[in-house]
Design a protein around this ligand. Structure first.
Ligand code: SF4
Length: 462
């Protein structure tokens, strides 16, 4: 994933740019970058794989001066990208996933363009977007061309001498929000970047909307009205608890998810807990609804580990994950535990590094509750981190059917016998006493937006 932040003001903006970008650190662990426009463009990109954004960029920021700037935290590619083109100089940062990148790159190469960068052995998607924008008659026309051509989703910030252009992807899968503070204006992927910097939410961009942000405020550059398909998973897992999208708070949705899990539960337990940190909001909602005590049988030891600390090998990563979560035997021993988690992706870390610690410390029952249905499809629009074969639900289906199957519709219907058989397979695999999931209808109820405005591809492949 990636997170974007931009700011424009009548005075120097760099302190707000620094902290505003840092508030997107949960969205990426590989690369971060900043571009600032003063007398000229200044631009820094660094790896954050082994260090936090704050410590990596603190010295750099003191050398950058300007009234407007953009920042990005990314899992995928070095950016912002600086471009000098016939429609002007600009810096570009993008968030999203382009699934037809090879086809589009081929078209550009055939027409005489070349690419300067390979990110992780591939064409840098931000450079590709920059090339398409440069083919337009203006920045706005270039962004419209990007929306026409790409499959997947791209939201972006374009820093120019005429202000910052903010564009939300065509189907609105990744959000962008505008905030104001006196003479300063900001745009962010996550609204949690605003309160401590003194910004108030002014507007959520609509799908495909392009806004030009100057120190006088935002001006819409195109007609909106496209259908929204915002990512539901933002509320379930990827978004930050203190953010809101489309005016709907992440933390309150997580509490409603937990309450819905509790509402249909018949299990008698001693306590409710969340898998730290992603299951915490769901567990709060579960405890409020069920009136079970909310307790912390597992706590996360993060001191000494940077938030973005990514050890070099898988073996070391597993070891670090194991070391971070510490069980508290006094709370676990002899207890029947409801354990809430946002979702079950692969299930291996959950089983080996979380659930097993509860058994090892004397739990008598562990009831796993997931705040969304079994994940069935990799994301084609925003997250590039899961593959079909590693999903726990797909492993179950492969084992039950004897091979991979293309039509999984009977496994996505929570009332079908196949769904129940699959859940039982995953329950045994996770080694828990019982396992239950929220349904799509319940997720939609928890988010509170019309179903047709939400992307549910993760679960239904629709
Ligand atoms: S497929 Fe899943 S993660 Fe991707 S945009 Fe849709 S809901 Fe979000």
């Amino acid at each position: 994933m990636s997170g974007l932040f931009g700011v424009i003001s009548s005075t120097d903006c760099t302190q707000h740019l620094f902290y505003g970008t840092d508030y997107h650190s949960h969205l990426g662990t590989e690369v971060a970058g900043l571009a600032v426009l003063g007398d000229h463009f200044q631009h820094r990109i660094h790896s954050i794989a082994n260090t936090q954004f704050k410590s990596r960029f603190a010295d750099e920021m003191r050398k950058m001066v300007g009234a407007s700037g953009i920042g990005v935290i990314s899992d995928s590619n070095p950016q912002p990208f600086l471009v000098s083109s016939r429609i002007g100089d600009f810096a570009l940062a993008t968030a999203g996933l382009i699934t037809n990148i090879d086809e589009l790159a081929g078209e550009l190469l055939d027409s005489g363009h070349s690419f300067a960068e390979f990110a992780f052995g591939r064409i840098n998607p931000t450079e590709l977007v920059a090339k398409i924008i440069s083919c337009g008659s203006s920045i706005v026309d270039g962004i419209e061309k990007v929306f026409e051509k790409i499959e997947g989703s791209v939201s972006m910030l374009v820093l120019t001498r005429e202000g910052i252009y903010a564009a939300r992807d065509f189907h609105g899968r990744t959000p962008l929000v505008i905030g104001s503070s006196g003479n300063a204006w900001a745009v962010a992927s996550e609204s949690c970047a605003f309160p401590n910097l003194g910004y108030k939410v002014v507007k959520y961009l609509k799908p495909g909307e392009i806004i030009q942000l100057t120190s006088s405020g935002p001006r819409s550059q195109n007609k909106d009205g496209r259908a929204c398909q915002i990512c539901s998973f933002l509320w379930i897992y990827t978004g930050y608890p203190a953010s809101s999208y489309e005016g709907v708070s992440v933390e309150t949705v997580r509490e409603r998810c937990g309450a819905l899990l509790a509402r249909k539960d018949t299990v008698e337990a001693d306590l409710a807990a969340g898998v730290p940190d992603s299951g915490t909001g769901h567990a709060v909602g579960y405890a409020m609804q069920s009136r079970l005590p909310l307790r912390r049988p597992l706590v996360k030891y993060t001191s000494g580990y940077g938030r973005s600390y990514t050890p070099p090998s898988q073996e070391t990563r597993d070891l670090v994950a194991k070391m971070k979560l510490i069980p508290i035997r006094d709370i676990i021993d002899g207890k029947k535990i409801i354990l809430c988690e946002d979702s079950i992706v692969r299930g291996t870390q959950l089983k080996n590094l979380t659930i097993q610690k509860l058994w090892d410390n004397g739990a008598t029952e562990v009831h796993m509750r997931a705040a969304c249905p079994p994940l069935m499809f990799p994301c084609k629009f925003a997250l590039s981190t899961r593959s079909l074969s590693e999903l726990a639900a797909r492993r179950a289906i492969r084992d039950l059917e004897g091979s991979d199957v293309s039509d999984v519709s009977s496994y996505t219907d929570p009332k079908s016998p196949d769904f129940k058989t699959m859940v039982e397979w995953i329950r045994k695999d996770l080694n828990v006493t019982s396992l239950d999931y929220l349904t799509i209808d319940e997720i939609v109820e928890a988010i509170g937006l019309p179903r047709e405005s939400l992307c549910t591809h993760c679960w239904l492949g629709d």
